[in-house]
Design a protein around this ligand. Structure first.
Ligand SMILES: [Zn+2]
Length: 469
């Protein structure tokens, strides 16, 4: 994720802020009091207590969607394969809005109820711990994106005149499909999206066949075969011009632009190719089956690193922001955070990648970028906000980005270029497609450098003041 504004937005009291004041980690949640065998309504992220769900782990989502831009109507059937991590008399899915018409578990009708964003499902018979099960949810309605969130504006499934702009970080996947909406539960995805003829549906991964048209509608089938967090899923719909091919390094490349940005198509295609190939030499082998980017005409004010298809909201992206979103394919997408407070592992790294790109092109150095931030006065807001503890009510604060990147530069200075760049590659290979924490990164940095680095990480990530050099 990167805002198109350099300064973080002014904070507003928001729903996210209210959620942050929810039950503390250890408190028994209402559902747990009602039944010891009910899955918890949250996955266990204290900052986002109702995000994701407890008691099961999703392995695959098959989403069959029909979307009509004119009526803004979405008809969906989600088939979710999961494994019970405990015995379950019932469990929750996250879903915002829509009318749910039918829920089944392993083919048998299940009872269900709604409360806020929680869809509670009670299978006909309890699920045994360790058992694999399939839950199917049929739903329909007008998607309601999340609005007025702090530093993000609008996100989720956002209807546009010709389709939809779909960017879901941090918890907007629930605005278009039911699921375990937290990055700690990754899964593979199949998408079958039917839209009016003449309109293109762009989801993650690869097309599994040629689009089929009949009765004035076209169906696109996409598959993301690598594990993906829910917030990186997309089904961006609209009129698009496409350019497809492979990068010089041999990776499939797809660029798509709204006709309003027709002049940007070749630039997006070429830069995405060049940058993906270059990051492959710096961060290790590209983790997915294709790269590229999508420019839609919805003025989101940000870009999001949707897996295999970063989405740019209403502007022609320059090399710096493309470098940022494509670096996320390693940092954030292949390696995903277990808890939102560790967001600097995504944003600090992607911001540092921008500095590295300037270094690679000879237009600047990471050291000059570091110094320009370090010169900010002692009362600048990035010193008051420790980036190693991203706050639920201000998740995308500038500090998480810039001071996160400064942390990496300070580390590079302490352990030397050779170890630093080896560390980046080891980090991405040891945790490929997995989930990570700050503690794991610190431990790896210490192991590879043979140095005690607690003081450095503490000063840069966790202290509310400017570190001394
Ligand atoms: Zn980002």
């Amino acid at each position: 994720m990167r805002s198109t504004k350099r300064q973080a937005a002014v904070l507003l009291a928001t729903l996210m802020g209210a959620l942050a004041c929810g039950p503390s980690d250890g408190a028994a949640r209402p559902a747990e009091r009602l039944s010891a065998q009910a899955g918890a309504p949250g996955i266990g992220d204290a900052d986002f207590p109702l995000d994701g769900n407890g008691g099961y782990d999703v392995s695959h989502y098959a989403l069959k969607l029909g979307y009509t831009p004119a009526g803004r109507r979405l008809d969906g059937v989600a088939t979710i394969q999961a494994t019970a991590k405990q015995s379950l008399t019932r469990f929750n899915l996250d879903l915002k809005g829509f009318k749910v018409s039918e829920v089944s578990v392993d083919g048998a009708a299940a009872t269900f109820s709604r409360a806020g964003h929680e869809l509670t499902v009670a299978p006909a018979a309890p699920l045994r711990q360790g058992s694999a099960f399939t839950v199917k949810v049929a739903y329909a309605g007008v998607p309601q994106p999340v609005v007025d969130s702090s530093n993000l504006g609008r996100y989720g499934f956002i209807p546009t005149p010709d389709g939809a702009f779909v960017a879901c970080e941090p918890n907007g996947a629930r605005t278009w499909f039911p699921g375990n909406d937290h990055p700690a539960d990754k899964a593979t995805f199949d998408f079958e999206i039917t839209v009016p003829k003449g309109v293109t549906a762009l989801a993650n991964g690869e097309l599994t066949g040629k689009p089929r048209t009949s009765g004035g509608k076209t169906t696109f089938t996409w598959r993301e075969a690598h594990p993906m967090t829910t917030y990186l899923a997309t089904a961006t719909v609209g009129k698009f011009q496409l350019r497809q091919g492979t990068t010089p390094g041999g990776i499939r490349n797809l660029a798509a632009v709204d006709p309003k940005f027709a002049g940007s198509l070749d630039k997006l295609y070429k830069l995405s190719a060049e940058i993906t190939d270059h990051w492959g030499t710096v961060f290790g082998r590209y983790p997915f089956s294709s790269t590229g980017g999508v420019v839609d005409d919805f003025s989101a004010g940000y870009a999001l690193e949707n897996q295999t298809k970063p989405l740019y909201g209403g502007f022609e992206p320059g090399a710096d922001i493309i470098a940022h979103e494509l670096a996320h394919q390693w940092f954030g997408n292949s390696l995903s955070i277990k808890r939102w407070k560790d967001l600097w592992l995504n944003e600090g790294f992607a911001t540092y990648a921008e500095w590295l790109w300037a270094e690679h092109k000879g237009t600047g150095t990471a050291d000059a970028s570091f110094k320009s931030f370090y010169e900010r006065p002692a009362n600048d807001s990035i010193w008051a906000y420790p980036p190693g503890r991203a706050r639920a009510d201000d998740l995308f604060n500038e500090s998480v980005y810039s001071r996160g990147a400064m942390t990496l530069h300070a580390l590079r200075g302490a352990i030397g270029d050779e170890t630093f760049f080896e560390l980046l590659k080891t980090w991405t290979s040891e945790h490929q497609y997995g989930s990570v924490t700050t503690e794991q990164f610190v431990a790896l940095a210490e192991r590879m450098s043979g140095k005690q680095l607690d003081a450095l990480f503490d000063a840069w990530l966790f202290q509310p003041k400017r570190p001394t050099l």
